[in-house]
Ligand binder design. Structure first.
Ligand code: SAH
Length: 232
């Protein structure tokens, strides 16, 4: 059994991180793996509907919206969502979500970016349909390991027939660091999605940086997979 199988992060711990500004996962620039692989995700398509599970305040959402796509994200932290709109200089509206009583929807005034403030597991295709693109960065690796199967089922249910799902994961020695990000071996990606999706490894690269020394790990490999629903 994996060293991290029993590790559980409560939603309140994520909110504490936001309140205390412990958001080392946030990057000020567009993620290089998204930038590098965007053509493979788009495949020439315009006005794609993108889904960002566990979106935080990723600047990638604005980048895609500026390219003419639309974005739906889910994030538990209201602070994170409000900071996104404020830092990106986007005016927004706030409304209730009839399908999820405990959720709030924050929507950019141009309607291109909709962020649902709720637990991801309350979200479903009933709320906002299916998607042509998914950017999973800091999401599968942030979900508690015991919830991965449930997570995969949800993501699969949100995929349109032509969906292209870009998934970013990390490999490191899980005996040395407890996460998050949790370690997700390729075997898990295959077990979770292999029945329903074709899986292509796009990148496997050394991602070890100075800041990772505090995790105590001795290597960090970033993997990027492209998943597409199997034709049936
Ligand atoms: N994808 C973002 C954020 C990654 S960190 C980025 O790349 O910057 C993971 C984020 O998920 C945190 O902002 C945390 O508040 C949020 N989160 C964790 N569990 C969640 C859940 N079950 N539902 C919704 N949001 C969650």
């Amino acid at each position: 059994m994996s060293a991290q199988a029993d590790r559980v992060m409560a939603l309140s711990e994520w909110e504490e991180r936001w309140q205390e500004g412990r958001i080392g996962f946030h990057q000020p620039c567009v993620h290089k793996m998204l930038e590098r692989n965007i053509d493979k995700v788009l495949c020439g398509r315009e006005r794609v509907r993108f889904f960002f599970p566990l979106c935080g305040k990723a600047v990638d959402m604005k980048w895609l919206a500026d390219m003419g796509h639309s974005v739906v994200g889910v994030e538990i932290s209201e602070k994170g969502i409000k900071e996104f709109f404020e830092e990106q200089n986007l005016s927004y509206t706030e409304e209730a979500v009839p399908d999820i009583p405990e959720a709030r929807l924050f929507k950019s005034s141009d309607g291109k970016i909709s962020l649902y403030q709720c637990d991801l597991f309350k979200f479903s295709s009933t709320v906002a349909g299916q998607f042509g693109g998914i950017w999973d960065r800091g999401s599968l690796v942030a979900i508690n390991p015991c919830d991965r199967q449930r997570y995969a089922s949800l993501i699969i249910s949100l995929m349109d027939k032509d969906c292209r799902y870009l998934l970013d994961t990390f490999l490191y020695n899980p005996e040395l660091y407890k996460g998050p990000p949790f370690f997700v071996p390729d075997e898990d990606v295959k077990n979770l999605f292999g029945m329903t999706c074709d899986i292509q490894l796009l990148t496997s690269a050394d991602a070890f940086e100075e800041r990772h020394k505090q995790w105590g790990v001795d290597y960090l490999t970033e993997k990027v997979h492209l998943l597409t629903p199997k034709a049936n």
